[in-house]
Design a protein around this ligand. Structure first.
Ligand SMILES: NC(=O)C1=CN([C@@H]2O[C@H](COP(=O)(O)OP(=O)(O)OC[C@H]3O[C@@H](n4cnc5c(N)ncnc54)[C@H](O)[C@@H]3O)[C@@H](O)[C@H]2O)C=CC1
Ligand SMILES: [Mg+2]
Length: 340
């Protein structure tokens, strides 16, 4: 296989942060992960995000927007007491982050309690995460996804795959241990590479048959064991559309909670302009095609899934802003515009 000739990594975003506070915050988080007692103390004055069977609780604000409310641990205690539940449930919280002011943030799934009763007490609605992603602002959506991913991991890793014995979590939820085999399990993510392929003038978008009607996206694929990110990218493009990648440019990454946790590594990839004939692997993709800058600009104007009436040809659209695919497509359009 042809190796990419030009692999350019650019770290574009490292976040805006006050350095000293950032360091102390990360060290505090690390202590909470390592020391159960530190975590228990932090929980007493921490904030808790609520989920019901992995759906985060959202509140509608006075101006019609949505927020992902954090409840002080004391309030959650009150809610549990009010509903006749034991306070012990508080210890099931999972540490997800801490605020700029070093307040620990946790997620808790109250799926064993009647949903409507919690919603009434909390003044919110448990909302499917995919829908929540449309309703929340960026940082809140990221937090909701992170909390859900950790809760899901704990719900599905209760047993050791070697001995079949139950595993025990630490207080923060950063790991589970099988005391019978001594194996420690850590929350798992699958690395995925997502690439927007260009021939210099057009970009290539594809769709899987399971995508919502009319949606086209950048091509993505899971890393095979032992592969580098670049190898995955070249292999996936070859497999899915029969093209050979010549150069790769790193763009950014994103934790993606659907259907299980993935770390999406996003790149721009270029193929030779003289060899652009697409040969779609129809097992993986339903369709793939080249789009011009003008077409892409039209796709980017569509902000929400369009009404695609049955019988009528579908309106094409691309993943929404929260998906890293959208960012790749936006970046490509901006670069092309600068060129023209
Ligand atoms: N955030 C974003 O902008 C986007 C995210 N994605 C995500 O990227 C991921 C990968 O894209 P696909 O084209 O579906 O991958 P893919 O091209 O590797 O095909 C999926 C198939 O790979 C196999 N596979 C190998 N390792 C796997 C693993 N660790 N987990 C699950 N399946 C594995 C399975 O047979 C599965 O059906 C999907 O989860 C999708 O949700 C895809 C497009 C946009
Ligand atoms: Mg794929």
């Amino acid at each position: 296989m042809l190796q990419p000739r030009n692999i350019l990594f650019r770290l574009k975003w490292v976040g805006s942060r006050s350095c000293s506070n950032y360091v102390s915050r990360m060290r505090y988080l690390s202590r909470m992960k390592q020391d159960d007692e530190v975590c228990r103390t932090a929980l007493q004055s921490g904030n808790i995000f609520l989920y019901h069977q992995l759906a985060p609780l959202l509140q509608r604000t006075d101006i019609g927007t949505y927020q992902f409310p954090a409840f002080p641990a004391e309030d959650v205690k009150g809610i549990l007491e009010n509903l006749g539940e034991s306070n012990e449930m508080l210890w099931e919280t999972i540490l997800i982050n801490c605020t700029e002011r070093n307040k620990a943030q946790f997620s808790l799934d109250v799926g064993s309690i009647e949903q409507a009763a919690v919603e009434k007490l909390c003044g919110g609605t448990f909302t499917d995460l995919r829908k929540a992603f449309f309703l929340l602002r960026g940082p809140e959506a990221t937090l909701a996804a992170r909390g859900q991913a950790l809760l899901r991991w704990h719900q599905t890793n209760g047993f050791c795959s070697s001995t079949g014995q139950p595993t025990q979590r630490n207080q923060s939820g950063s790991q589970r241990v099988c005391h019978s085999s001594g194996i420690t399990y850590y929350p798992k993510m699958s690395p995925v590479v997502i690439a927007l392929v260009s021939d210099g003038k057009r970009c290539l978008l594809g769709r899987q048959s399971t995508f919502p009607r009319g949606m086209y996206s950048a091509l993505a694929g899971f890393c095979d064991m032992g592969e580098t990110m670049e190898e995955t990218l070249c292999r996936e493009i070859a497999e899915e559309v029969g093209l050979e990648v010549e150069s790769i440019q790193y763009s950014g990454s994103q934790h993606w909670p659907f259907p299980q946790s993935s770390l999406m590594v996003a790149c721009h990839a270029t193929v030779n302009a003289d060899n652009t004939r697409i040969r779609v692997d129809t097992v993986e993709l339903e369709d793939a095609r080249w789009f011009s800058l003008e077409e892409v600009q039209e796709l980017l104007k569509i902000k929400a899934p369009p009404r695609n009436n049955k019988g009528e040809p579908p309106v094409f659209w691309v993943p929404p802003r929260y998906a890293i695919a959208n960012r790749l497509i936006q970046e490509w359009a901006n670069q092309q515009q600068l060129k023209s």
